[in-house]
Write a protein that binds this ligand. Structure first.
Ligand code: RFL
Length: 387
C-alpha cells in the first residue's frame, strides 16, 4: 500500500494536518491506537487563539471547524480581589471558543465524513522505518494482521507519550526540560463560568476557572506533585476553591472528572530526522497555565502542511528542510511566555523555599500588566498568539 504522508496519531495535530493535506489533494493515511469514540471524548483545551483562527480561515476551514467568540477579558485575582484585564483590540481576529473536543469532533466529521479521508483507528505496534538506503515505511498491526504503508514522508503527531520520537536514533535529538515542582488538579465541573475567565493567586495557592461551554467549566488548583485522587475528596476540592477565591457563595456541584497534571516544559530539538517530522506534544510540552499546547500544535502543522505542499507539488524542499528552524523560535517564545505566566500565577514558586521575596516581585509583575499600557499590549499579544 502507498501514500504520500503517513500520519501517526489522530489528536489535534494529526487530524488538522490530515485535513489540510486532504484539502490540498495530497494523499495521507492517519494511524491511531485508540478507537474513534475514545478520541472523540478527550477534553482538554478550550480556545483556538487568534493565530489559529487566522490559519483555519486561510485554509478555508474556519466555518466547518470553529465555534463562537470568546471573552476578551481575564479576571486576575489576588487573595479574592478582582482586577479585570481587557485584551487590547487590534485589526486582527480574536480567538474563538472551541474546546479541543469540539475541534477534534469537527475535524473527524470534515476529514472522514465530508472529505472521505483515511483514518485507521485501533491500530497496534506502529513501527517506523526511516533509515538511509531503505524505503520509508510505516508498519502496523490490527485485527486483520500486519500492514505496510510505503510513504514519502512520516508525520509523528502521537502526543507526549507517542513512539514516533523514540524511532529517532540516540544522539540526534536534544531534550530541554524544566520542572516547576508542583502539579495542577484539573477538574471539569457541571457549572458554567459566571462572567470572566478567572486566574487567581492566593496565599493558599493558585486557582483558575476557564469556560468549557454554556453549562460547564474547568477549575485548576495548584497541588503537590505527589497528590492523587485519594488526597482530594470533592469536599476538600470545593473548600479549597472557596478559600482560594475568597468566595463563600460558591456551592458544590458535580465534578465530571479530576486529573493531576505535573507542570513541566519540554522541547525536543530538532523536530525532524530524515523523512520523519514531529508536530505537537510529541515535540514540545508547555504547562497549561499558558493555554498554548493545542495552539502550538496548530502552528506546527500549519508550517508542516505548507512545506509538504511545496515539496510534493513543486519539488521544492526548502520549507521542509527548514521546518524545525521555522517552528522552534515560535515554540521558545511561547515557552518563555508559559514560564513567565506560571511564575506569575504561582507567586514565583514556593514562598517557603524562596522566602517571600519572589512572591512580592511576582505580584508587582502582575500590577505592571495593568499599570503599563506597553505591558498590557505585550500580554495581549501573547494571549492572542500574535507574536
Ligand atoms: P494528543 O492530543 O495527545 O494526540 C495524540 C494522539 O496520538 C495517539 N497515539 C498514537 N497513535 C498511533 N500510534 C501510536 N504509537 C500512538 N501513541 C499515541 C493518541 O492516542 C492521541 O490520539 O497530541 P497533539 O495532537 O500533539 O495535541 C496536543 C494537545 O492535545 C495538547 O497540547 C493540549 O491538550 C494542551 N492543553 C491545552 N492547550 C491549549 O492550547 N489550551 C488549553 O487551554 C489547554 N489546556 C491542555 C490543557 C492539556 C492538559 N493536559 C491534560 C495535559 C489542559 C490540560 C489539563
Amino acid at each position: 500500500e502507498k501514500t504520500t504522508v503517513a500520519i501517526i496519531g489522530a489528536g489535534v495535530a494529526g487530524l488538522t494536518l490530515a485535513t489540510l493535506l486532504q484539502k490540498s489533494g495530497i494523499a495521507c493515511i492517519v494511524l491511531e491506537t485508540q478507537s474513534r469514540s475514545t478520541v472523540e471524548t478527550l477534553q482538554r483545551a478550550g480556545v483556538v487563539e487568534a493565530r489559529g483562527v487566522e490559519m483555519f480561515e486561510r485554509w478555508g476551514l474556519a466555518e466547518d471547524l470553529l465555534a463562537g467568540s470568546i471573552a476578551q477579558t481575564i479576571d486576575y485575582r489576588v487573595n479574592g480581589k478582582s482586577r479585570i484585564f481587557k485584551l487590547t483590540k487590534d485589526s486582527r481576529n480574536s480567538g474563538r471558543f472551541c474546546t479541543q473536543q469540539m475541534l477534534v469532533n469537527n475535524l473527524l466529521k470534515t476529514l472522514i465524513d465530508k472529505m472521505c479521508g483515511d483514518v485507521r483507528f485501533e491500530v497496534q505496534n506502529v513501527i517506523i522505518q526511516n533509515k538511509q538506503n531503505e524505503p520509508t515505511k510505516v508498519i502496523y498491526y490490527d485485527k486483520a494482521g500486519t500492514h505496510e504503508i510505503d510513504c514519502k514522508y512520516i508525520a509523528g503527531c502521537d502526543g507526549s507519550r507517542g513512539t514516533s520520537r523514540s524511532s529517532i536514533p540516540n544522539g540526534i535529538l536534544t531534550k530541554y526540560s524544566y520542572e516547576f515542582g508542583y502539579s495542577w488538579l484539573a477538574a471539569h465541573v457541571e457549572s458554567p463560568l459566571k462572567e470572566h475567565p478567572i486566574m487567581a493567586v492566593s496565599d493558599y495557592g493558585f486557582v483558575g476557572q476557564l469556560p468549557r461551554g454554556p453549562h460547564r467549566s474547568r477549575y485548576y488548583l495548584q497541588c503537590e506533585l505527589s497528590d492523587g485522587p485519594q488526597d482530594w475528596t470533592d469536599e476538600r476540592f470545593w473548600n479549597e476553591v472557596r478559600l482560594r477565591l475568597n468566595d463563600s457563595t460558591i456551592s458544590d456541584v458535580t465534578i465530571i472528572d479530576k486529573q493531576f497534571v505535573p507542570l513541566r516544559s519540554v522541547v525536543f530539538s530538532p523536530m525532524q530526522y530524515r523523512n520523519l517530522f514531529l508536530a505537537g506534544d510529541v515535540a514540545h510540552l508547555v504547562p497549561p497555565t499558558s493555554a498554548k499546547g493545542m495552539n502550538l500544535a496548530l502552528y506546527d502543522v500549519d508550517i508542516l502542511a505548507q512545506a509538504f505542499l511545496s515539496a510534493v507539488n513543486y519539488n521544492d524542499l526548502k520549507a521542509l528542510n527548514e521546518y524545525s528552524d521555522t517552528c522552534l523560535p515560535h515554540i521558545w517564545t511561547y515557552q518563555d511566555f508559559a514560564i513567565s505566566m506560571t511564575n506569575l500565577m504561582h507567586d514565583a514558586g514556593n514562598p517557603e523555599q524562596h522566602g517571600k521575596f519572589r512572591q512580592m516581585t511576582a505580584r508587582a509583575q502582575l500590577d505592571t500588566l495593568f499599570n503599563s499600557p506597553a505591558a498590557t499590549q505585550l500580554h495581549s499579544e501573547y494571549q492572542k498568539g500574535n507574536i
